[in-house]
Ligand binder design. Structure first.
Ligand SMILES: [Cu+2]
Length: 312
């Protein structure tokens, strides 16, 4: 397996990726082998035994050796695939005890990742290389599926229960993260990336990200969160409406709501829009704003409010 992957597979980046590819190629090439034999057999027999003149088919009912062969050989192959597959499945399913845990939340339509040290990221999973990582996953709404093709890792992410997945990255680099369970209009845009860092780079990253916002002006920090928490995917700051209303000049203005009433856009309205977005839905928009309850800390909400205020 070379660094850029093969024709069939992207590059292998986890400790068990080679095992997955091994069994995949085993099943795959045996299938091609049998496909060729069966198709060739059909063609050769069809030509060789086509009806030419009126003659009786010889009275052949069976052939013991042949039947034994075509039963035993596939049975052996199936057993090999079963034992091999089960062994690797167990390896991929049982999370190593010393794994570093990261909480993953899927919701329409982005991923968020929370670290015990306090850092949270949106659509960017940062992990150290050479250390088993346990992902503790759940969904805020519908079923999603976290898919890391380079790591041969994929598992459904469900509302109301946890699912788990682990992997250990072998190389430093950046690789894609997808949602592999159709989850609504923007399912195809539920894309993130996984950034694998060296052990010391990861420590540094974790330290700065967990303390982020300190020493920054609130609106400057808010501008950063606007991008890193993915508000930018639905809200513009130049007045153009997107999936959600633009933030330009909304602070202090009367906003029309879907139920016909109106409300003043102030600190409390913005806070409520973030934590309980469906409480007051802006007229002309679908109620698709995800809740950021549990994702944004108070400090971050304050910074976003300061940023929206600054967008005159
Ligand atoms: Cu999804």
């Amino acid at each position: 397996m070379n660094e850029n992957g093969s024709f069939w597979m992207p590059s292998a980046e986890s400790t068990y990726a080679g095992d997955v590819d091994g069994i995949f190629h085993f099943v795959y090439y045996w299938s091609i082998f049998f496909l060729v034999i069966v198709v060739l057999g059909i063609v050769v027999f069809a030509v060789k035994y086509r009806r030419r003149k009126l003659e009786m088919t010889p009275d052949l009912s069976h052939n013991n050796t042949l039947e034994l062969m075509w039963t035993a050989f596939p049975a052996i192959l199936v057993m090999i695939v079963f034992v091999w597959g089960f062994k690797d499945y167990i390896k991929m399913t049982i999370v190593p005890k010393d794994a570093y845990e990261i909480k993953v939340t899927g919701q329409k339509w982005f991923w968020s990742f929370e670290y015990a040290e306090g850092a949270t990221t949106v659509n960017e999973l940062v992990v150290p290389a050479g250390r088993p990582i346990k992902l503790l996953m759940s969904s805020q709404d519908v079923i999603h599926c976290l898919y890391l093709p380079n790591f041969r890792a994929k598992r459904d992410v469900l509302p109301n229960r946890y699912s788990m997945m682990w992997f250990e990255a072998v190389n430093v680099g950046e690789f894609p993260v997808f949602c592999a369970e159709y989850c609504g209009t923007k399912h195809s845009e539920m894309i993130g990336k996984i950034r694998v860092l060296g052990e010391t780079e990861f420590k540094d990253w974790l330290e700065t990200s967990s303390a982020s916002g300190e020493g920054m002006a609130p609106e400057e920090y808010g501008a950063k969160l606007y991008v890193s928490k993915a508000c930018i995917t639905c809200h513009s700051i130049d007045g153009k409406p997107g999936t959600g209303p633009s933030w330009k000049g909304i602070f202090g203005k009367q906003e029309h709501l879907a139920d016909g009433s109106s409300v003043l856009v102030d600190e409390n309205y913005i806070r409520e829009s973030l934590l309980n977005p469906q409480a007051k839905v802006t007229a002309g928009y679908q109620p698709v704003m995800p809740t950021f309850q549990g994702i944004l800390k108070d400090r971050e909400i304050d910074a976003i409010i300061a940023y929206i205020k600054s967008l005159k």
